[in-house]
Ligand binder design. Structure first.
Ligand code: ATP
Length: 348
């Protein structure tokens, strides 16, 4: 695989206010990337820089090796072969579904345009809605039309800015998987912007966590969850608690609940005091275990319970436990830690 998009040391400011700070990442051909972060962290600005709606203060953006923009030049947006799908779908209300999809295809011969529109309608499952107008469609259907319109022009890269945020949770999850399947089927690379972690994990091959204009980590969802590089990413991604521990050997940590050895990030010395990340799936309920904890809170989620447990010291940990293990608040239950990766951060 070769890099399709190279976003290298890019900075951008609105007036005197720097909102993207020397940010770098690359996207391989066929990959779906996602920028994840809280409101105002600069996600949309990154997309606007790639699309050609902003000029760069510093850095360089390349697509398939060709420079799209740097501090001195910028290829105009319409010559970048990049498609965009917005949060509000931005469909033309006075055009039918098929005319919306065919809108960017005026350079094609009539018959070619017709067959491309038909192929896109089939791809997004809206063949029977070809003659309908946008207001006659549901939100999910409108978003599918927007996707079909963007894909119709065969972009080299598709940018999706919070495309599902106007939809209810169920539809959002279903459509995000559907969009992933469609993009993979068409072999189109894409970058999605969202503040919804579930959506990012469901759609993307690589996810970038942003904070205050900086990219903190660009990695697979699995790596972000299991190998976060900073406390911020550890807290931001998934659920978990940081509990105090001590480095007791080159690969070992001692916690209140025992000693754990395994892969430990480099840079620790014996005796260092650390905070260790415990995810709910690291804490296993085990009746046979001598280590116990008291249930202080519980949330029933159908397939499982999400327990908050107090260790003897009072330290809280979270545990994900199968739904048939229904324990009362105040009850003491056996637990065991199953730590695959040791994630620790030095105490400041
Ligand atoms: N045209 C503009 N002029 C001045 N400041 C802007 C402009 N557009 C965005 N900003 C500011 O730049 C920062 C980054 O905005 P951006 O829209 O990229 O964030 P975001 O992560 O996409 O946020 P959200 O999730 O809320 O859409 C914000 O503080 C915002 O107020």
């Amino acid at each position: 695989m070769s890099a399709l998009l190279e976003f290298s040391a890019v900075s951008h400011a609105y007036g005197a206010r720097r909102v993207i700070d020397s940010m770098s990442f690359s996207l391989q051909d066929g990959e779906i990337g996602c920028l994840l972060g809280g409101s105002g962290c600069g996600k949309t600005t990154v997309l606007r820089c790639i699309a050609g709606f902003e000029t760069l203060g510093e850095g360089e953006i390349r697509l398939s090796g060709r420079v799209l923009a740097d501090a001195a030049m910028a290829v105009p947006a319409h010559q970048r072969e990049i498609g965009m799908v917005f949060q509000d779908y931005a469909l033309f209300p006075h055009l039918t579904v098929e005319d919306n999809i065919g809108f960017g295809l005026s350079a094609l011969a009539r018959s070619e345009r017709k067959s491309r529109v038909a192929a896109m309608l089939a791809l997004v499952g809206l063949v029977s809605y070809a003659k309908n107008y946008p207001h006659e469609l549901s939100g999910g259907q409108q978003q599918r039309v927007a996707l079909a319109r963007a894909l119709a022009t065969r972009p080299r890269l598709l940018l999706l800015d919070e495309p599902f945020s106007n939809l209810d949770v169920d539809l959002r999850e279903r459509l995000s998987r559907e969009v992933r399947d469609i993009l993979k089927h068409e072999g189109v690379s894409a970058i999605l912007v969202t503040h919804d972690q579930h959506e990012a994990f469901a759609v993307a091959d690589k996810v970038g966590v942003m904070q205050g204009g900086a990219l903190l980590q660009w990695a697979t969802p699995y790596q972000l969850y299991h190998e976060p590089v900073s406390r911020y990413v550890a807290n931001f991604i998934g659920q978990g608690v940081l509990v105090p521990g001590k480095v007791s050997g080159p690969r070992c940590l001692t916690l209140e609940v025992g000693e754990f050895c395994g892969l430990l990030p480099l840079g620790f010395a014996g005796g260092d005091t650390v905070d260790v990340l415990l995810r709910p799936d690291d804490v296993v309920h085990d009746d046979a275990s001598e280590q116990t904890a008291v249930v202080v809170d519980k949330v029933f989620r159908g397939a499982d319970f999400h327990y908050t447990l107090a260790l003897p010291s009072g330290q809280h940990v979270l545990a994900q436990v199968g739904s048939h293990h229904n324990h009362a608040i105040g009850e003491s239950i056996g637990i065991r830690l199953e730590l695959d990766h040791l994630i620790a951060f030095k105490r400041e």
